[in-house]
Each structure stands twice: as C-alpha cells, then as structure tokens.
Design a protein around this ligand. Structure first.
Ligand SMILES: NC(=O)c1ccc[n+]([C@@H]2O[C@H](COP(=O)([O-])OP(=O)(O)OC[C@H]3O[C@@H](n4cnc5c(N)ncnc54)[C@H](O)[C@@H]3O)[C@@H](O)[C@H]2O)c1
Length: 374
C-alpha cells in the first residue's frame, strides 16, 4: 500500500500531515511512503529527514495518481482530488458539515474521505483527537499574542522604579483552547478570570488557578455530547450584562467560544470594546467562525477606539513544527486502528472508524455527519 503526502496549498498552511518520525513508523509497518519535495519545509522538516526515514520523494501528480491513502492537513483542492486514484482514500480536516459540496465531490469521485474532525471525542480516541491537539496550540498562542500586543507587563513587577500590578486577563470559552490560554496567561504571571456556559468547566478553570465568572443561566447549556448549546435571547442578554463589567476592567480578553456547526456566538459587543481602556487587547480566536467580538475582522489586527482587536486565522499553523508532530501522531493512532495486514480495514462496527469515515464506495457513512446534516 502506498501512503502519499503532498505539499499543502492553502496560503496560511505551514503544517505537514506526516513527520519524518511518522514516516519511519509507517515504513516499519511495511507501507511505502511517497512525499512531495518540500512538503515539510515550512514546519522545519527537510526532504533529507524524510528520505532517511524511508520515504521516496515523488512529483505531486504521481503521488496523487498512485497513492492508496493520501494524508493531508487541509482538504485538498478539487483539482487534486480529480487526479486521485479511483477508490483511494484521503485523511484530512474535511469539516463535512460546513463543506457539503466537497462531500458530494468525494461521493461522485468514489473516494473514501476520512475527517480528522469527526472522530468521536471518546477516551479510546484521545490519541487521535486532532481537534484537541490543535486547540491546545491555539489557546497557547492566543495568550502569547495577547502578551505581545499589550504595552504592559503581565506579571507583577517590583522594581526600584516602582511596583507594577499584574495584568488582568479574561478568557471567554473554557474548552480545550480556553483552558490552555488560561494556563499560559497564568504562567506569564497574569491574574486570570474565565467564563463558559458549561457549568462543568468551573472546576477545571479553578484548578488552573483562575477565577470562574458566574452567570446564572436558567436553561440547559450543554448537549449530551458535552458541547455547548446556543442560548436563548434572554440568557444571551443576561450573559452580556455580566461579561460587560469584566471586559471593561480587563487588559487582555481572549475569546474562544464555539458552538459546533453554528457561527461563533457574539459575546463582546461594540459598546463593550468602547468601554475598555486604551491599550487593552482582544484576541478573538473564534475569528474563523465569524468571531466572538462584534468588531473582529477575521485575519486582521485592527484598532477600535485605541483597543487592539486581533482575529487570527489558523493559529496552529503558527507553531507548525509541533503542530505537525502532534497531528502526525494523531493520524498514526488512527492508522493503527484502521490498517490491518498492510491494508485499510473499513470496519464500520467500530464507532471511531464509522464516524471518521465521511464517504466510502460512493456512500455517506459517518453516523455523526448523517445526523447533523439533517
Ligand atoms: N476525549 C475527550 O473526552 C474530549 C477531548 C476534548 C474535548 N472534549 C470535550 O469536548 C467539549 C468541547 O471542547 P472544545 O474545546 O472542542 O469546545 P469548542 O471548541 O466547541 O468550544 C469552546 C468552548 O466555548 C464554549 N462556549 C460556547 N458558547 C459559549 C458562550 N456563549 N459563552 C461562553 N462560552 C461558550 C464551549 O462550552 C466550549 O467550552 C468539552 O466538553 C470537552 O471537555 C472531550
């Protein structure tokens, strides 16, 4: 079986789906690895490292037409899919609920599409959970970006020239990214507060040494799967009232709130931004899904009334070396489950394989995707 990796084509994408370390493991499993020259360059992995790990450097078209299993970070372009071998498989972040036309394309081309983003988040699949690996990086980087934009210290400083109080950081949304943003801001010495609509998060926030902002909500805010639900208009207003006061006194606000399959909830209004002090910073890492702040411009850093509002895109790519290392490990864990006797074994009785497999043999497979596409 041939496993292929091509250079990523998206402008902001520096990650690679398979590292030399991953290549070595797949080679030892008896698989042949084809890789396009310079696929790992932007994440500091050289062609020579891939060759030393057992890969063969091949031209893009040959990889696409001969590969049985293509590994990628971003979903490859349609023009690449058209060149892929019939009945071959692709593993990448496919976001099938957001890209239904892409799913149709895979179905019509008889390609198997496995989405790293639809692997169920159960304990057995933890080592394959690329959403968590990447969110962790995004949260870490968000805290660093906040510190970098701020024209003040984060830790308390006692110097001969006077004492500087610690900066106040507010994190909205305490999922994987938010918790890592809290931990990183704490390590940098800030005083951190956080809020999430899932009550279960309070304990996790406090265990990181941050204060949990309480907003009494009179409705169920969490799905059975542990994700957030969209709030009613009444509770959204209630949440905004409480958050407004905390935003106004914060030096850095990091927003990470997402609701699966929906645009990001708007938590920070224009008025709240205008009530922040000059020089304060908002890092809105929900920018990719429209942003949690009303004035965020995705992909840009703007100044609104002397407040810096940054809506970065693809933060994991900015830590490409480690992001690739973790993503490659997540993929390898999935392959450990998928590959039997050197061939993919699409055992749909296994809930991980079933949910990750969006398309196979011209059919929609993933129960998760089917349910949520309704
Ligand atoms: N293997 C596992 O068991 C595993 C792994 C990772 C995550 N999870 C769980 O998955 C869930 C989601 O994690 P995620 O980081 O992917 O979440 P996410 O990226 O979907 O959302 C980020 C956070 O935003 C919060 N949020 C949504 N609307 C909000 C609002 N209006 N105000 C404030 N916060 C709001 C969510 O509650 C969530 O904590 C969590 O329960 C997490 O523990 C489980």
């Amino acid at each position: 079986m041939i496993v292929g990796v091509c250079k990523e084509t998206e402008a902001l994408e520096k990650r690679v789906a398979l590292t030399p370390e991953g290549t070595e493991k797949l080679s030892k499993m008896g698989l042949t690895i084809y890789i396009e020259s310079e696929s790992g360059l932007a994440s500091s992995y050289s062609d020579q490292q891939y060759i030393d790990s057992g890969a063969e450097i091949k031209k893009r078209n040959q990889i696409l037409s001969e590969t049985d299993l293509l590994l990628a970070v971003q979903a490859p372009l349609a023009e690449d899919l058209e060149k892929m071998k019939k009945n071959s498989a692709l593993i990448a972040f496919l976001w099938p609920l957001q890209h239904k036309k892409y799913v149709d394309f895979l179905l019509n081309a008889d390609l198997t599409g496995m989405a790293m983003d639809t692997i169920p988040r159960i304990s057995r699949a933890q080592s394959m959970d690329a959403l968590s690996s990447m969110s962790n990086i995004a949260g870490y980087k968000a805290a660093l970006l906040g510190a970098n934009h701020l024209d003040r210290y984060l830790p308390m400083m006692m110097t001969a020239a006077g004492t500087i109080p610690p900066a106040k950081v507010l994190v909205l949304g305490a999922g994987v990214a938010g918790l890592q943003a809290i931990a990183t801001a704490k390590r940098l010495g800030a005083v951190v507060e956080a809020f999430d609509i899932r009550p279960a998060v309070k304990e996790q926030v406090e265990s990181l040494g941050a204060k949990f902002v309480e907003v009494p909500l009179e409705e169920e805010s969490e799905t059975k799967g542990g994700y957030a639900k969209e709030l009613s208009d009444q509770n959204k207003e209630k949440q905004r009232e409480v958050i407004h006061k905390h935003v106004a006194k914060s030096d850095i606000v990091i927003t990470t709130a997402l609701i699966p399959g929906k645009p990001a909830p708007q938590l920070i209004t224009r008025q709240m931004v205008e009530d922040m002090s000059a020089g304060s910073v908002i890092i809105d890492i929900a920018a990719e899904q429209g942003g949690n702040c009303e004035v965020t411009e995705p992909g840009k850093t703007i100044r609104h009334n002397e407040v810096i509002v940054d809506g970065p895109l693809n933060l994991p790519s900015s830590l490409a070396h480690h992001a690739s290392k973790l993503y490659s490990k997540n993929i390898l864990s999935l392959l450990d489950l998928l590959i039997k006797d050197g061939q993919p074994n699409f055992n749909f009785d296994d809930e991980i394989i079933a949910n990750a497999t969006v398309t196979h043999n011209g059919e929609l497979i993933s129960p998760f995707v089917k349910e949520n596409m309704k």
